[in-house]
Design a protein. Structure first.
Lengths: 293, 293, 293, 293
C-alpha cells in the first residue's frame, strides 16, 4: 500500500515471449517508477490441454514519475496492447471507486464495511446503500450515506431488480457489494455488470450450496466451516471465487453457534475480497480468478 | 496426556438428569481419582426435532487409585450402565492398541506414522502393514514390522478383501488405518469392523468426492484445499468425519503443487484423527462424531 | 449456547477425589438438568513441582429444572463449597452483564462490539462508553448509549483515572473493556477490579511488548503477526492471557499494511475473549487462564 | 513447479527506474520464455528513513527456449549486472542441490525430510547425515545415505565443529540443515557458510529464545505455540527468519503435549523453509528475508 498517487495497469493477453519486457520497456522509456508488479502465466482449468496459456499482469507505476497523465498513457500504450492482443485497464489511485452496498437485515457486514470506510482503510465513495428492508436506514443515514428501501416480494422481483440497476447506474457505481443481501439478483442485472458484483456466501463453496449452509454443515458433521467471496453470475453460487476462509468448530457447536462464528469469517472474507477487487488485484480467467495479493 | 496408568471410560446413553452424578458417584465411592473428564449432550442431526438428545462422556481414572482392576470395574459398573441404557467401554492405558496399516505406493503417511511410533508418540503395536504393492516392503521390514503384499486386480477383489480381513483378525487388530490406500474396501469388510477402520481422504469433504480431488479443486478455483479423516463405511466417502484441516493455495499453484501441499495436511490430519480414536476420544452419533479433545 | 434460562456455576478448589460427584450429586439431588459441563485439573506453572494441582469447573444448569432460584441455590450450595474450600460464583443467564467500553480514536473494535450488541450476539447492557477523545461521541450516542469524554494529559492522569473508576462504579459495570484505549490505567484502578478489565493488545504477546508492536514485528521480519486479549493488571502487558490469534504476512507488507491486517485480528480476538469472559468461561490460576470453550 | 528444465535468476540491486525492463529485455532479446517471475522493492528495517530501497527479483526461464546454456548466460548477463550493481546468481534446475542434514536424537524432522526425498518431492542429493548421537545410523544407512557420528562434548567442541565443516565441504554441500540438531554451531562454522545453514527453532521467535521454549510457553500461558525456520548466524536465534507457523493449544495441554504438537509444526515449517531456500526463493536483506513463494 502506498500513500503516493499511482496508476495501476491490470491486463491479460495470450502467452508468448517478451511480454514483460515489452510492457516494462514502455514504462522505463518514459522514466516510470514501478512500485509493485506481479506476473502470472495461467493454464486455465485444464493444464496441459494444449489450449494455450494466458498471461496476467498487474503493475503499479508512481504517477509523478511519468511525464504524462492517464489519458496520454492510454493513448500511447494502446498500440502495444493491440499488438499483444491485450484485455487491459489502467486506473488512477487518486480517483475513488464508487461502491454501492446491498443489505437485508443482518448488520455485521455493513458495520464492518462502514468502520473501514470511516477509518479510510477503504478509501472509497459509497453513493448509497440499498436494502429490501428498512431496519438499517437510520444507521446508514447517520453516516451521511443515502439509503434506498427497495422491497422485494414474489410479485415485484423484475421491477425491484430494475430499480436496483437504475440506482446503481444513476450512482455511477463501479462495484456492487452484496453484504449478506438475501435476495437473488435477476440474471439480467448480473449480466449487465459482469465482474462488478461481489457476494459473500456463508459457506466454504462448493460445499453446501443453496439454503441454510450452516445447518447443512451441522448435519454433515464437518469440523471446519467457512465463507466465500465470489463474483455474481447468472448461475447461483457458481461465480469465480475471489477469497475464502474457514474456522474450526466442534461437536458442541449448534447451528446457531455456527451462524455466530460464521459471521466473523463472512465479514473478514468479504472485506478482503472487496479490497483485492478495488485495488484491481483480481483478474478473471474463465470461471477462475487470478488474485495478485 | 498422562504418564501414569489409567482407565478410560467412554460411553453414551439417552439424556436424563443425574447421569454425571451417577457415574462419578460410583468412581468417587471407590476413591477413584479423575484425571480428565468430558461430557456432552448431543441433539443429533436435527436439533429441536424432539427426537431427544443423547449423552456422551469420557472419563480417565487413575488406575492405582482404585481398589480393583478392569475386570472388577466392569462387573461393578455393569448395573449402572444397564440402568442408564448405556453403550460403553473401558480401556486400560497399559494395554497397547494394535493398529494394522494399509498403504499403496505413496509413502508420506506411512513414514509419518512410523516416525511417531518410533518416538513412542504413538504408543501402539503395529502387528503388520498390508499393501497392494510391494514397493514399501523393505522400509517396513527394516522397522521389524511384518509386511504383507496383497495385490488387488479387477478379478480378485473379493479374495483380496477376504485376505485383508483374515490378516487383520489374525493380527488381533483393534484398528485398521488406510494410510493413502488406493483401493476401495469391500462393503462386507467395512461392515465387519464398524468404527474401527480410519481413512484419510485427500479433500475437504463433502467437497470433491470421488477421484482426483485436487484436480477438481484446481478446476473450481478454490482458495483453500484440505483433507478429511473419517471412519470407513460401506458408503464411499460418507462415513463419520473425525478430523479435517485445510491449507491456503492460490492461482499460481498447479494441481501438482496442490498434491504436494495436500500431503502435509493429509498426514497431520490422519495422525490427529488416529490419536483421538486410539485414546477413545471419538464417539459416534449416527453419521456424526463427538470428539473429546 | 442455549436459548433457555440457565445458571452458570464457575468454581475452583484444591484437587481431591470426589469433587465432580459431590457437585453434580448436589445438582442431581434437586433434579437439576446439566446443559454443559467442563472440568480441568490444573497443575499451574510448574507441573510436577509437588505444589499440588487445583480443580476447575464450569457447569450450566437449566433454570426451570431446579425447584429454587439463585438465592436459595447459593444458600444450599454454600456448605459444599466450604467443605471443598472453593472459590466460586454462580450467575443467571437472565441477568445481563454490564460492560463499560473505553476507546480512543480508533473505531474498529467499537464498531465491531456495537454490531454484535445490536444483533444481540452480545446480549449485554452497555451503560456507557468512555473516551479520552470526543471523535466517536456521535456514533456512540446514535446507538442510545451515553458517552463520557475524559481527556487524559500528563498533568491529570490521577484525576482522569479516578473519574473512569467513578463512572464504572456508578454504572454498576461488571466488566471494563479497553477497545484500543491508548492510555495506561492507573495501578489503583487495575487493583480495584481484578479480572474485570479486559484489554486487546496489538501483538502476539510476549513478543513485542511496549509501543508500536507492528513496527517491531516489521523490523524483526516475522512471518505472522497477532493480537492478544488479556486481563489488565498493574504490570503492563503481563496480565493473564485469555485469547490470541495470528495472521500471515510477508515481505511485501509495510508496517501500515500490518496495522490494517492487525485490526481484523484485534477485533475478533477481543470479541472472542470478551464472550468467554461474559459467559464465565475464563477462570484464572495465578497468571494463567483456564478457558472452557 | 515445472517439470521442464529451467534456469532461476535470483538477484538484488539498488532501486532505480527500468530494472525489470533491463533484465527482462535481455531475456526477451534471446527469445527466453519466462515461466515465473517475482519482483519486490524493499525499504529495509526503517521504511521512510531515506536509506534508499533495494530491488529484489527472481525469474525462472525455460532452458530450451534460450540459444545458450548457463555458462554463456552468465557471461552475457554480467555487464548488465555490473551496470545495475547487482548481487546475483543463476542456477539450473537440472543440477540437484546437495543438502547435508544434522540431527541429534529426535527423529521427526529426519523421517519427514527422507520421506520427501524418497518421493522426489525434494529432488536433492543428500551426500550424508551427521549426528552427535548414533541412534539414527541404521535408519539413515538403510536409505543408502552415509552417516557420520561426530560426538560433541564440553571438551571437543572446536574439533567437532571443524569435523562437521570438513564433512560438509568434502561432500560439496550447498546447504546444511539442522533438523533438530541440539548443539550450537561454532561462530566460525556459521561465518564460513552464510545463508547456507538452515535451522528449525521450536518456538515462534522472537518469543521464548533459549532453552525449553515449550516450557516457557506453558508458563506464560500463551494460546498458540509455533516454530521458526531461520538462517543460522553467529548470534544464537537471531538469524533472518525464513518461515514460521503456529498451532492452537489450550489450558489442558501439558508441556509434553506442546512438545508433541510442536513437532508437527517444526517438521512442516522446516520442510517449507528448506524448499523455498532450495528453489532460490529466499533473498536476504540485512537481518530480514524476502521470500518469493
Amino acid at each position: 500500500m502506498h500513500r503516493e498517487r499511482f496508476f495501476t495497469l491490470a491486463a491479460s493477453c495470450p502467452d508468448r515471449t517478451g511480454i514483460i519486457a515489452r510492457v516494462t520497456g514502455f514504462i522505463a522509456e518514459h522514466r516510470g517508477w514501478v512500485l509493485e508488479s506481479s506476473f502470472h502465466s495461467d493454464e486455465g482449468p485444464e493444464p496441459g490441454s494444449g489450449h494455450g496459456s494466458r498471461y496476467f499482469m498487474r503493475i503499479e507505476v508512481k504517477a509523478d514519475a511519468l511525464p504524462f497523465m492517464l489519458g496520454e498513457f492510454r493513448e500511447r500504450f494502446a498500440p502495444i496492447a493491440r499488438e499483444l492482443e491485450m484485455d487491459w485497464k489502467i486506473t488512477d489511485s487518486a480517483v475513488k471507486k464508487r461502491v454501492v452496498i446491498l443489505v437485508s437485515k443482518q448488520e455485521h457486514c455493513l458495520y464492518d464495511l462502514l468502520a473501514r470506510w470511516q477509518s479510510k482503510e477503504l478509501d472509497i465513495e459509497i453513493p448509497c446503500v440499498i436494502s429490501n428492508h428498512d431496519s438499517l436506514k437510520g444507521f446508514v443515514e447517520w453516516h451521511g450515506i443515502p439509503f434506498h428501501h427497495v422491497p422485494v416480494t414474489s410479485d415485484n422481483k423484475a421491477r425491484a431488480n430494475a430499480e436496483i440497476q437504475r440506482l446503481f447506474e444513476e450512482s455511477r457505481g463501479d462495484t456492487m457489494v452484496l453484504a449478506r443481501y438475501m435476495q437473488i439478483l435477476a440474471p439480467e442485472l448480473c449480466a449487465a455488470h459482469p465482474r462488478r458484483i461481489l457476494n459473500i456466501h456463508h459457506s466454504f463453496l462448493p460445499s453446501f450450496v443453496g439454503a441454510k449452509p450452516y445447518h447443512q454443515a451441522y448435519q454433515r458433521g464437518v469440523k471446519l466451516i467457512g465463507a466465500t467471496c465470489h463474483y455474481v453470475t447468472a448461475e447461483l453460487d457458481q461465480g469465480p471465487i475471489v477469497e475464502q476462509d474457514v474456522i474450526r468448530i466442534d461437536h458442541s457447536d449448534s447451528p446457531e453457534d455456527m451462524v455466530r462464528y460464521g459471521k466473523d469469517i463472512e465479514k473478514t472474507v468479504l472485506a478482503r475480497g472487496l479490497r483485492y477487487h478495488l485495488e484491481d488485484r483480481v483478474l478473471v480467467h474463465g470461471h477462475k480468478t487470478v488474485v495478485f495479493r
